[in-house]
Design a protein around this ligand. Structure first.
Ligand SMILES: NC(=O)c1ccc[n+]([C@@H]2O[C@H](COP(=O)([O-])OP(=O)(O)OC[C@H]3O[C@@H](n4cnc5c(N)ncnc54)[C@H](O)[C@@H]3O)[C@@H](O)[C@H]2O)c1
Length: 462
C-alpha cells in the first residue's frame, strides 16, 4: 500500500518536472529567439502571444538551445537587461495562455458576422490547404487553420499571416483533429469546413494502414460530430481518385464504381460514405471533390510544396523531379516502360493547385443545404510519365538523369478524369493545363526555398 503510494507520488513528481522543463524550454527558446538576429524582434512580435507559445513549445522539443553557453562578457549588462525584459514577456505570455478565458468569446472569430463567411481549413499548413487558405483570404473569407504540423509547415502559416495581418482575418490553431475539444468549435463561429487534413501517401498507407484509417476515416467522423454539435452546416471534403481503384474504362466519371485498392483510397472512400450517410439526415451542404494528381504552386511565389524529407521515399513525381534537379537525389527512377500507352509509361492527370483551390471556392459558393455534390477535379487530359519528365527538364533547365526500371506492383497504366460534370455544374475549368508552365512556377519556389519554409524540420505527432 505504502509502496504504491510512494510510486504514485514519484510518478506525479516526474510528470511535474517534465512539464516544468517544457515551460522552462519555452522561456529559454523565447529568450533565444529574442536575442538571435536571424529571427528579428519585429518578426517575432508579429506573432500573437499564443502563437509564440505554440512555436516555442514545438521548437522546445527539438532544440538544445545552442549558443546559451556563448556568453560575451562585454555584452553582459545589455544581455541582463534584455533577459529581464524577455523573462517578463514570457511570464506574461504564460499567464495569458493559462487564463481559461483568454481565447473565449471576445474575438471576431467567435461571432457570426453578416456578409463574412468563416471557413475552418483543416490541414491549412499543408501544401493544398495553405494554397486554399491563401485564396480564401484573398477573396475576403475569414479563415481559421487547424493543423497539428505533423506534415505541414508553420512557415506557410506565417506567410499567410504576414499577407493578411488585419484582425479577424486569419487565426491558427495548433491541434490534432482527433481532439475535437482542442479545435475549439465551441469558441469559434465557423460557417463552413474545408477538410484537407490527412496523411496522403499511397505507399505509406500500405505499410501503416491503421494510421491511415485513424487519421482519415476516424478524424473525419470527429470533424462531422463536432460540426453537428455546433451547427456548422457546410462541408467541402478533399477526396481522391484513389477511391476509384483500377477502373477498366477511361476517363473516370463520378459514376465510375469506387473500388479502392489501397488503405489510403479505402480510408477516403469510408470517410466519403460516412459523410454521405450523415448528410442524408442532417440537411448538410456537402461537396466532395475527388482530386487527381496535384502539382504546381502559387504563381506569385508566396507558397510552395514542402513535404518532409523523410517522406521522400513515398513522394510524388513532381517532388522527385525537383529533388533530382536540385541534386538532392541522383536522378529520377521511372518504373514501367511496357504499359499499353503511347510511350509505354503510365498516364496520369495532373491538376494545378491553383485550379484545384479555385474548384474549392466555386464548390463552397454553390454548396446548398440538403444537397451533395460529388466532382472529379482533373484536367481531363492524361500525360505520360515520359512527357512529365521532359516537361520537368525544360522547366528546371537541368538535364535530369533518368533511370528506367521494371514496373512497380500495384501501379495502373492509365488514370485520367472526365471533368465535364464540374465544368457544367460549377462552371469550373482547369486554366493551368500547360505542364511545363506549372512546373516552372513550382520550380521558381523550390529554387528559392531549398530548405522548404526554412528552420528545423520538426517531427511531431502524426
Ligand atoms: N497532393 C495530392 O496530389 C492529393 C491528391 C488527392 C487528394 N489529396 C488530398 O488533399 C488533402 C491535402 O493533401 P496535401 O497534399 O496538401 O497534404 P499535406 O501533407 O501537404 O497536408 C496535410 C496537412 O494536414 C495536417 N494533418 C494531418 N493529420 C492531421 C491531424 N490529425 N490533425 C491536424 N492536422 C493534420 C498535416 O500536418 C498537413 O499540414 C489530403 O486530404 C489528401 O488526401 C491530395
Amino acid at each position: 500500500m505504502l509502496q504504491k503510494k510512494k510510486e504514485r507520488e514519484q510518478k506525479q513528481n516526474r510528470r511535474f518536472r517534465i512539464h516544468e522543463r517544457i515551460e522552462i524550454g519555452h522561456c529559454l527558446f523565447l529568450l533565444r529567439e529574442f536575442l538571435l538576429s536571424s529571427l528579428s524582434v519585429s518578426e517575432s512580435s508579429k506573432l500573437s502571444c499564443r502563437q509564440m507559445h505554440v512555436q516555442a513549445s514545438l521548437e522546445a522539443k527539438t532544440w538544445l538551445f545552442p549558443g546559451m553557453g556563448n556568453s560575451d562578457a562585454r555584452r553582459k549588462p545589455f544581455f541582463i537587461g534584455k533577459a529581464i525584459m524577455v523573462a517578463s514577456v514570457v511570464a506574461l505570455c504564460i499567464i495569458f495562455v493559462k487564463q481559461p478565458s483568454f481565447f473565449k468569446g471576445t474575438s471576431q472569430f467567435s461571432h457570426h458576422e453578416t456578409g463574412v463567411t468563416h471557413v475552418l481549413v483543416t490541414g491549412g499548413a499543408g501544401y493544398i490547404g495553405s494554397h486554399a487558405a491563401l485564396r480564401l483570404l484573398k477573396d475576403s473569407y475569414r479563415v481559421t487553420i487547424v493543423d497539428n504540423l505533423s506534415r505541414g509547415n508553420l512557415g506557410a502559416v506565417k506567410v499567410l499571416q504576414e499577407l493578411f495581418p488585419e484582425p479577424g482575418r486569419l487565426q491558427f490553431i495548433y491541434a490534432d483533429l482527433g481532439d475535437g475539444k482542442a479545435v475549439s468549435y465551441s469558441q469559434n463561429a465557423f460557417d463552413a469546413v474545408m477538410h484537407f487534413a490527412a496523411v496522403a501517401y499511397v505507399g505509406e498507407s500500405t505499410l501503416e494502414p491503421l494510421r491511415y484509417y485513424h487519421n482519415i476515416t476516424s478524424n473525419t467522423l470527429t470533424v462531422l460530430e463536432a460540426m453537428a454539435a455546433h451547427g456548422v452546416k457546410t462541408l467541402i471534403y478533399s477526396s481522391t481518385c484513389a477511391t476509384y481503384g483500377e477502373p477498366e474504362k477511361m476517363p473516370i466519371t463520378e459514376a465510375t464504381p469506387q473500388a479502392p485498392i489501397n488503405p489510403y483510397g479505402k480510408a477516403k472512400k469510408m470517410a466519403e460514405d460516412i459523410i454521405l450517410d450523415f448528410s442524408r439526415r442532417s440537411g448538410m451542404a456537402v461537396m466532395i471533390l475527388r482530386y487527381f494528381n496535384v502539382i504546381g504552386s502559387d504563381p506569385k511565389g508566396r507558397l510552395g510544396e514542402a513535404p518532409r524529407p523523410e517522406l521522400r521515399e513515398h513522394g510524388r513525381i513532381s517532388g522527385a523531379c525537383f529533388d533530382a534537379a536540385l541534386g538532392i537525389i541522383p536522378g529520377l527512377k521511372v518504373r514501367g516502360t511496357d504499359y499499353k500507352t503511347v510511350d509505354g509509361t503510365c498516364i496520369r492527370d495532373y491538376i494545378d493547385v491553383t485550379d484545384l483551390v479555385d474548384a474549392h471556392v466555386k464548390a463552397l459558393a454553390k454548396a446548398r443545404p440538403k444537397t451533395v455534390g460529388i466532382y472529379n477535379v482533373g484536367t481531363g487530359k492524361g500525360r505520360s510519365v515520359k512527357e512529365f519528365v521532359e516537361a520537368c527538364k525544360k522547366a528546371t533547365g537541368v538535364q535530369i538523369k533518368v533511370e528506367y526500371l521494371d514496373r512497380r506492383p500495384g501501379d495502373y497504366a492509365e488514370v485520367y478524369s472526365d471533368p465535364s460534370k464540374i465544368n457544367r455544374e460549377l462552371n469550373w475549368t482547369a486554366q493551368y493545363t500547360d505542364l511545363q508552365q506549372s512546373l516552372q512556377i513550382a520550380w521558381r519556389w523550390q529554387k528559392l526555398h531549398r530548405n522548404g519554409y526554412g528552420g528545423p524540420r520538426l517531427s511531431l505527432i502524426s
